[in-house]
Each structure stands twice: as structure tokens, then as C-alpha cells.
Design a protein around this ligand. Sequence first.
Ligand code: SF4
Ligand code: SF4
Ligand code: FES
Length: 466
Amino acid sequence: MNPEISVKIDDKEIKTAPGVNLIDLAKEHGIEIPHYCYHPALAVAGNCRICFVEVEGMPHPQIACNTPVRDGMVVRTKSELAVEARKWTLEFLLANHPLDCPVCDKAGECDLQNYAFKYGRSHTDFVEKKRTPATVRLSDKLMLEKDRCIVCLRCVQFLRDVDGKEELYVHQRGNSAEIATAPGKDLESDYQLNTADICPVGALSPTNFRFAERVWNLEKRESICPLCPRGCNTKIDIKDNVVQRVVPRFNKEVNSYWMCDEGRSYFSKYHTNRRRIEGFWHRGEPIDAASFFVSVARRLQQEAATDILVLVSNWLCNEDIQAIADFVDGSLSAATISGPPFKEGGDHLLRRWDFGPNARGLRDIFKGRFHEPNKLKQSFKLALSFGVTPSKDLNIDELIYLGAYMEPFIANTLYVAPGVAHGEIHGSYTNFAGVVQSFDTFLEAPVQAHTCEEFIGKLLPLLEHR
Ligand code: SF4
Ligand code: SF4
Ligand code: FES
């Protein structure tokens, strides 16, 4: 049986499979059908009625989100019937909505603002006073401006159907309908900020971004969340070399449309305010870069015949790890390779318990040569660490360290070099399921910071010439 059927949308003949959602099909072919409550990852709710289209043979406008396509269907999205129906829907959706776009965080990326401009009426017939329910705190992470809510129910559906938490519900009915938590209860979901992403208006706002920036002033980049080995795909908003906001980017295979709340806070918690290693150091004293590399090369060659411990971080990209593997093979005859311990498992949705993005890439590249930290012998004369804080259980006489952030142990370290952090490198991570994902640089690194590849590139000629 040939699964192909033929549908006409706005005079465009489209071949497709039966049962496809009309909004998705139209979008695929460059035709916009406005929608609020419909979301491709949620069940069809049919609440908002903004997606009205005319379907030939039907006397009334139809909601496109609940109209699976069938062979021979003729759809008009711009006919008088569809346009009028949409206008009146908007009139009702705006009945209680305040005209506060200039002070709303959603301005610039708000579907109510955009659709009202494109499809709405320039005046209203309502003479009634708008309702002005209070702004409420849903949790430490999320605020709800009730007057902006159009009761599309995406937030309720996400928490209930995707996260499995019945934490939001609709209080009252009709004109008085409001989104609410159970009396006296905060939202507890670890994924609650996804509701702010999918809220089509400015009703839900994250406390850590509320009133912070206008979205059109932010530089938009794409990346991968580094906090756990899921590797959720992200969009990053930056201003003045500081990450202001992280939101999920769709990847069907890895994270769908979602990410966890903790992943969004990576930069504010683990990067932005941490003191960086700047310059090169020898036992707590500054040293110039040229002397640093000559001294490190000499020290490594003095110990070339002994068992040097090479610690490799699971925060490094595959390319840096490969450079370290090549360096060890070519220049260190008796090295032991290890890194941070791996924490198995994860939660019910996305989060994995291991801290860092690339434990799998690290183990895939070194294969059997990687020693799990609990199987290491305890004493080494010399260790070379690429971003790993050595465990207190290890007895290391001398340490050479390349890393991004100041740590207490650095004051007594033999040699220290400034490294780059996530966001300042490009490369790829291998996620826990083996998916290799590339990412680009989006932050400027401190002037002297070196990637592992650059560090090794400066060391190698000095080793060869001795
Ligand atoms: S808060 Fe936003 S997502 Fe939730 S029902 Fe209201 S408009 Fe929809
Ligand atoms: S699940 Fe993991 S990768 Fe995804 S956002 Fe959370 S911490 Fe980041
Ligand atoms: S998008 Fe179709 S009714 Fe809301």
C-alpha cells in the first residue's frame, strides 16, 4: 500500500503520509498556522482556538491542531473565514491580557505579541474592565503573572505528561480560570523551567532572568550542556562575554525539546564568578610562558623512564583527549592514565548523575589503558594533570597542572598553566549513549589560556630537541 496522500494547503499541492498533523505539515512547507496550545511534544488539547483554518467541505472553521490530514483535503489558511475566526479568537484571548509588552520579559519572542500584530484587530469591542489578578511566586525559580496567562495549559500538560508531576492545575473556570499550584505548595519539579520556555506568552518567567535583559540585545549562540553526560542541546544568550540565559534546543535523539533546571544554571553556578588561573606559576610564584614550557619539558624528560601519572578530565572535548593520547604514546614511555570517577545512572527524564559531559569519550579514546581511579596504585613521583584535581587518596610528589579555575591545591603545585573552560573551546563530546555532538566556541578565553592541544603543541618541540 502506498502511504502517500495528497493535500492542498493554500493552493500548494503536498504529498505526505496520512494522519500527519496539519500545523506541522504546513510549517514544513513554509506556511504558518498560528498556534498557542499546540506543541509537537504534548498531546493535542484544542484550548486556544487560534489555529483556525478553512477546510473545504466543512461549514465552520476547523482547528488545525486537531485536524489530521487525509487524501484530497483542501485547506485554506488565509481565506476570509479563517482570518475572521482568528481575529475573534484573538479578541477573546486579549480580553483580560494587559497591554504591558514594554515591561514584559517575553517581548521580542512572544507569540501573543506577534500574532496580535499579524492577525489581530487594531481595536477591541470589549468595554468591560480587564481582570487584574496578582503576580504569584510558584517557586524560587519561577513567577506567574496571572493576568498575562491565556490558559493554554501547556505548562500543566508538560509537568503532568512529560515530567510526571501533577503540580499545576486550573483553578476556577471560564473568565476566572487561573493556573495554580496546590494551596501552600511550591513547584518542586527539577524541570519546571521548561514551562517558561513553552509558555507562548509572558506569563511564566524564570526568577534568574526576569527583568534582567531585553532579548534583542543578546548574542545568540548554540551549544551543548556540559553538566552531565546527557549533553542536552542548548541555545545560549550572551552579553559582554557573560552567559545570561540557557534554554534547550530541539534534538530528537538526545533531549527532545527539554533540559533540566540545573543545566541552565551551569554558567552562573560553576563558571561566571569563579576565579580563573591567569598566567603561569611555579610553586606559587609567577613564571613567564617560555621558561614554563622549557622547565616542564625538562622535568618530564627527567622522569621519562618512570611511571608518570597522567590525569585527564571528563570535561575535555574528544579532540583534546585525543591530543593527550597521542602525546602520551609518542613522548611518555611509562605513563598511567586515569581521570575522575564515573557515577552511573540518572533520573526519570534526562539528568545523568555523573558530573561533566565526556566520561564516555574519555574512556572510548583510551580504551583499556584508562585506569579507573579506585584501581590506581597510590604513589607517583610525578603527575601531569589536564584539568583534574588529584584525589586526596593519591600520594603525588610533584604535580604539573593545566586548568581553568583557581583551586586550593594550586599554591603548592610544581607548575601551573592557565587552561580554557567550557564555552571557550570548540570540539565534540560523546554522550552517555555514544552520540558524538560538536559544539563551537562562544566565550572569549583569558589571554594566556591554552587548550590541551595548544599546551602539548608548545611542549612537543622542546621534548624532541633535547
Ligand atoms: S502560564 Fe503560560 S503555558 Fe501556562 S497556561 Fe498560562 S499561558 Fe499557557
Ligand atoms: S540533563 Fe544533563 S545535559 Fe541536560 S540540561 Fe540537565 S545537566 Fe545538562
Ligand atoms: S493550537 Fe489549536 S486550539 Fe490551540
